[in-house]
Design a protein around this ligand. Structure first.
Ligand code: UT7
Length: 323
């Protein structure tokens, strides 16, 4: 059977780093509160000339380089983002143009923090359905543009950045030993809309709006939703937590990551944590974490890797793949 195998990956971060202490003169907060409650120590913040498209392009180029490919080899770009450059056209199409690609097709995927997991699951279906052979899957965000910088309960949590993978069609045996995407489970439930949303949009206010979150409410649901969807993924693939080499969760809060890993019985040393470096970068968080763990030699060819995310909507999901 056809599998979608990761052939390369890459990342891009804005030049400017903002430390927790940099917020102390802006809102009533402290480095101590942010570290204790979230695990975040710093985040990258985009300058005016750094956008979702430019960061996404840079991550895509890095992923292509690591795959030994050029844009000519790609037939589909799926960009996960909630902070597009424009309401339309899709920022994926802008990235396609920036890469000099005038063939194939590209579209954006909007599932907030779960966007990259949704995008990998979607790209896998395009590959297995025969509509694409090599897909650039990108998560790129500039959440700094939609933050209310006077709201201490949200502005300290998020950061900007981008990550990407190249997925390629390859023949597999159809068992758990195959490289590539092995299982995926996606979920959403709009009943939770008011707990995490942006208070503007083209069809309502005609404005971009700002991110609003009842953090405690999101936290309350997060661990249960994450562990449910991962258990469904384990059942589909007929594996247990012990079979995993690496757990690469959405990087929103170190306490959510720790509690989820503990509930699932995933050993601490198998958990990739980058929330301290990047904050919550929404759809970019999982591919950014992947890029760190691949660059430092932790994730290697043949490793069994579990990706997970949960965010606004609510949306949530998990993807199991062999690197
Ligand atoms: O990516 C999408 C998913 N998003 C998430 O997963 C976020 C989920 N939520 C969280 O990570 C946590 O709920 C937060 C980090 C947002 C908050 O942590 P918490 O332990 O749930 O704190 P809390 O909301 O219960 O707030 C505790 C106190 C409050 O003061 P009172 O009411 O106890 O007097 C807040 O006003 O901390 C206060 N507070 C702050 N204090 C200093 C809120 N933000 C800050 C701040 N600095 N930045």
């Amino acid at each position: 059977m056809i599998r979608s195998v990761v052939r390369g990956n890459g990342a891009a971060l804005p030049r400017r780093i903002m430390k927790n202490a940099d917020f102390e003169g802006m809102v009533e907060t402290s480095d101590e509160w942010i570290v204790q409650r979230t695990g975040i120590r710093q985040r990258h913040v985009a300058a005016d000339d750094e956008t979702t498209a430019s960061l996404g392009e840079a991550a895509a180029r890095a992923a292509l380089d690591s795959a030994g490919l050029t844009p000519a080899d790609i037939d589909l770009i799926v960009l996960a983002t909630s902070t597009p450059n424009n309401t339309f056209p899709a920022t994926a199409v802008e990235i396609q143009n920036r890469l000099g690609m005038h063939h194939g097709f590209a579209f954006d995927m909007q599932a907030v923090c779960s966007g990259f997991v949704y995008a990998v699951a979607t790209a896998d279906l395009y590959i297995r359905g025969g509509l694409a052979k090599r897909v650039l899957v990108i998560g790129s965000e500039t959440f700094s543009r939609i933050l209310d910088w006077n709201d201490r309960s949200t502005c300290v949590l998020f950061g900007d950045g981008a990550g990407a993978v190249v997925l390629e069609a390859a023949e597999g045996r159809g068992d758990i030993g195959d490289r590539g995407v092995l299982a995926a489970s996606l979920r959403s439930d709009g009943v939770h809309k008011d707990k995490l949303f942006v208070d503007g949009g083209p069809s309502t206010t005609g404005t971009v709006g700002h991110l609003r979150m009842e953090g405690r409410e999101v936290f309350k649901h997060a661990v249960g939703m994450i562990t449910d969807v991962i258990e469904a993924t384990f059942a589909e693939a007929r594996i247990t937590a012990n079979d995993l080499d690496w757990f690469v969760p959405h990087q929103a809060n170190k306490r959510i990551i720790d509690a989820s890993a503990k509930k699932l019985g995933i050993a601490e040393e198998k958990v990739v944590v980058t929330v301290d470096l990047h904050g919550n970068t929404s759809a970019a968080s999982v591919p950014l974490a992947l890029s760190v763990a691949v660059a430092d030699g932790r994730i290697k060819k043949g490793d069994l890797v579990l990706l997970e995310a949960m965010g606004g909507g609510f949306t949530w999901g998990a993807v199991l793949l062999r690197w």
